[in-house]
Design a protein around this ligand. Structure first.
Ligand SMILES: Cc1cc2nc3c(=O)[nH]c(=O)nc-3n(C[C@H](O)[C@H](O)[C@H](O)COP(=O)(O)OP(=O)(O)OC[C@H]3O[C@@H](n4cnc5c(N)ncnc54)[C@H](O)[C@@H]3O)c2cc1C
Length: 404
């Protein structure tokens, strides 16, 4: 007999990325009965569905790593540590920012374990497909799974779908991209195996190979610096982000073109390494995707929209519930990211109202769904900050549900 979800919860979280996992844990730690719904067969969001293999936003910029995210996120890091992943801060040689390097299978397992340990019910292969609501409250969600449709109700909900899919089906009017509809570029990080690990990765040789490829190659890279790469912990594979693509809109046609181009580019780029870069003679493509990396799509309406100025001035607020620490990383031009540092002491407060839906009283936002203008979004979307806003959204939602 298959297990049907119980129909009533204190909090239902849509989406199992960093924001959703943070929200589910935040609510569960408060004592709430929580359901988390994820459309893929695994948790992790972009970390596991788009090969985004570094947690950013856990530390401030600076010569020494100062950690600014804890709470639910620490439970995740502890679980990753138990699986042998070194979660110590690593200074990116490309950007000088402090990050935590990831290995995707460890992330999937750690998230399964940490949610189970805290009593969160998780439904994978299931989408939040619709909502029933009154004028200002969501009453229940329709879940579309392998066995058809079912309904689950709750006192409070968190949209942690990244793309604001729950808000969209609830009928909230969402902004697409910046106020003019321009979207941040998408990118296709990949994993490369088979490298001779005794040979250091030669950035100059990669740059030279692309200078030639870009003259006639079908998928020229906009990055002239050899791209961003790291060595993945445990597996020793190379993680590499070299292919970026502007997104004109959110149509399925545009995403289909981008996915196909990303795969073709990955094939060409690994072949370039094999032919032109020492140590890569036996290299092979381990994985793209499962989906291309989407930086930006819809933004649902929040009661407060965090601004670039809030972050650039390091604004402190009485109603701060999480901290932004990652620089504003703008990808408006594909392959040419621009970084601007957070002001003040290197952190800025994210206020409670940035996590609250405008128009629906029992809906909260986590991760990249929170209220942010185009500039602030370029900082708050990273996964360390998503854990923090998720944790706060989950706690707020559980309190609104009358827990504790
Ligand atoms: C190419 C690229 C590189 C990046 N580099 C970094 C980096 O190095 N470090 C970093 O920290 N951040 C990085 N980011 C940003 C970061 O990955 C995302 O902004 C972050 O993952 C946001 O977390 P989230 O939980 O809000 O959303 P997501 O990670 O997108 O998770 C949303 C989840 O919701 C699920 N979902 C969607 N709709 C539904 C539905 N209707 N029902 C059920 N589930 C649903 C999705 O399957 C997904 O698992 C990068 C992003 C991209 C695209």
């Amino acid at each position: 007999m298959s297990r049907k979800p119980e129909s009533t919860y204190d909090v239902i979280v849509a989406g199992g990325g960093a924001g959703g996992v943070g929200a589910a844990l935040g609510a569960a730690l408060n004592g709430a009965k929580v359901l988390l719904v994820e459309k893929y067969g695994f948790l992790g969001g972009a970390a596991t569905n788009s090969q985004v293999l570094a947690y950013c936003g856990f530390f401030q910029q600076g010569p020494e790593p100062v950690k600014v995210v804890s709470g639910a996120a620490d439970l995740v890091l502890r679980e990753l540590g138990k699986l042998g992943l070194n979660c110590e801060p690593f200074r990116s040689p490309t950007t000088s920012n402090w990050i935590i390097l990831l290995e995707p299978e460890a992330v999937k397992l750690a998230l399964d374990r940490v949610l189970a340990a805290h009593g969160v019910e998780v439904l994978l292969h299931t989408r939040v497909a619709a909502t029933t609501r009154t004028a200002n409250r969501i009453q229940s969600v329709t879940l579309a799974g392998m066995d058809g449709r079912s309904r689950a109700s709750a006192e409070a909900f968190v949209d942690a779908t990244g793309d604001a899919n729950m808000s969209m089906v609830a009928g909230l009017e969402c902004r697409v991209g910046d106020p003019r509809g321009n979207l941040q570029a998408i990118s296709a990080p990949i994993r490369v195996g088979g490298r001779d690990r005794s040979v250091p990765i030669d950035r100059e040789a990669i740059k030279a190979a692309f200078r030639e490829y870009n003259k006639t190659g079908a998928y020229p890279s906009a990055r002239d610096d050899g791209g961003i790469y790291t060595v993945i912990p445990k597996t020793g594979e190379m993680w590499w982000m070299m292919f970026d693509h502007p997104m004109p809109d959110l149509s399925s046609d545009s995403f289909s073109r981008a996915e196909r181009a990303g795969r073709e580019a990955a094939n060409d780029y690994v072949e370039l390494l094999r032919r032109h870069v020492s140590g890569f003679e036996n290299a092979y493509l381990v994985q793209t995707g499962p989906q291309i990396g989407i930086r930006e799509s819809r933004h649902p309406p929040a009661r407060y929209q965090l601004t670039g100025e809030d972050l650039l001035s390091g604004r402190r607020r009485q109603d701060g519930v999480a901290l932004a620490a990652w620089p504003l990383e703008d990808h408006s031009i594909a392959g040419k990211p621009v970084y601007r540092s957070i002001g003040g002491d290197g952190t800025a407060d994210i206020p409670r109202d940035a996590l609250r839906a405008r128009g629906i009283d029992n809906l909260w936002y986590a991760g990249r769904c929170i209220g942010a203008d185009a500039q602030a979004y370029a900082s708050i979307r990273v996964m360390g900050t998503a854990f923090a806003t998720g944790d706060a959204a989950g706690r707020e939602a559980s309190r609104a549900a009358g827990v504790p």
